[in-house]
Design a protein around this ligand. Structure first.
Ligand code: F6P
Length: 333
């Protein structure tokens, strides 16, 4: 990059995720340690367009490590998708004397970072989304906490479903990906988990699984549906028609995005924030800070955005195998 970095901006964009504050804190404190000033840009990319900023210091981010949400607020900016909006953002960077931007969010945030870097503002991305659907990194900040929140809710649902001998259909977030649903489904011992990555065969994947579970002696059933599959209400209606039981449907919704970040999210966010600033301080930029094989790597933004991450379907098979009476075909030698 050449130019010495003296002042950077940090922003959170897209859907919030537990641990975003921990990442902001780590960025600010690491910047402090390197003698780099830090400005908080509020409301994501939109704040860069409207010059919505706040001066941050090591003290200012005290007591934020354990807080859910994002102290910088977040938004999904339509204006930033336009050339006019992005030019205004560049002008704000110049006006504030920002030598770089740390952008915390998901793929949408990183597409914004790429555009800004093409206009000459160096950017570094930190992956944070409860969906865990960012291709370049095996982990995104917020995923573990969101899994635990969903598990906690479903454990509670199970208590009442068990008492009433009912079937519960629970919709979890995840956008177009099934990471959240499958991890949660395994962890709650779901009767069935429906994810967008697995073509749904309603008879086999839902009806038969409920019937087999019933034959195994169960009197309550837990069906976890990833929002990317469709509406849990529709799945509930089909169960009523095809199995003849009357399920209760729960859409967990935004509760999955809230709450104090857990150990994994605080620790990962702190490491990622540290490495983001270190990249700038050492003269690198225009990359995403990713976790791979347990370590942190920097991947150029364009390359990172082209990377795909697939749901590990062995986990789907493991979920299926957990049902009493399930059958696994042996591999022939
Ligand atoms: O990307 C995070 C996420 O919570 C998705 O799981 C969900 O589809 C979406 O955001 C909801 O967006 P909004 O908060 O705009 O309703």
């Amino acid at each position: 990059m050449g130019k010495e970095i003296k002042r950077i901006g940090v922003l959170t964009s897209g859907g919030d995720a537990p641990g975003m504050n921990a990442a902001v804190r780590a960025v600010v404190r690491t910047a402090d340690a390197y003698g780099i000033e830090c400005v908080g840009i509020r409301r994501g990319w939109q704040g860069l367009i409207t010059s919505d900023f706040i001066k941050l210091s090591g003290e200012a981010v005290g007591h934020t490590l354990s807080r859910g949400g994002t102290i910088l607020y977040t938004a999904r900016s339509e204006d930033f998708l336009t050339e006019k909006g992005r030019k205004k953002a560049v002008a704000t960077c110049k006006m504030l004397g920002l030598d770089g931007i740390v952008a915390i969010g998901g793929d949408g945030t990183f597409r914004g970072a790429l555009e800004l870097s093409r206009l000459g503002v160096p950017t570094v991305g930190i992956p944070a989304t409860i969906d865990n659907d960012v291709g370049c990194t095996n982990y995104t900040i917020g995923f573990d906490t969101a899994c635990n929140t969903a598990i906690d809710c479903i454990d509670k649902l199970r208590d009442t479903m068990q008492s009433h001998e009912r079937c519960s259909v629970v919709e979890v977030m995840g956008r177009n990906a099934g990471f959240l649903a499958l991890y949660v489904g395994i962890a709650v011992g779901a009767t069935a988990v429906l994810v967008p990555e697995h073509a749904l065969n309603f008879q086999k994947d839902v009806v038969k699984r409920i019937q087999d579970s019933r034959l195994a002696g169960n009197t309550h059933f837990m069906i976890v549906v990833a929002e990317g599959v469709g509406s849990a209400v529709d799945i509930g209606k089909r169960i009523k028609e095809e199995v003849g039981i009357d399920p209760r449907v729960t859409v967990l919704g935004h509760i999955q995005r809230g709450g104090a970040p857990n150990a994994r999210d605080r620790e990962t966010a702190t490491r990622m924030g540290y490495y983001a600033v270190r990249a700038f301080a050492e003269g690198r930029g225009n990359c995403i800070i990713c976790t791979q094989e347990g370590g942190i790597v920097e991947i150029p933004i364009e390359e990172a955005l082209a990377m795909k991450k697939h749901l590990q379907m062995d986990r789907y098979a493991i979920m299926e195998a957990m049902q009493i009476g399930s059958h696994i075909e042996r591999n022939k030698a």
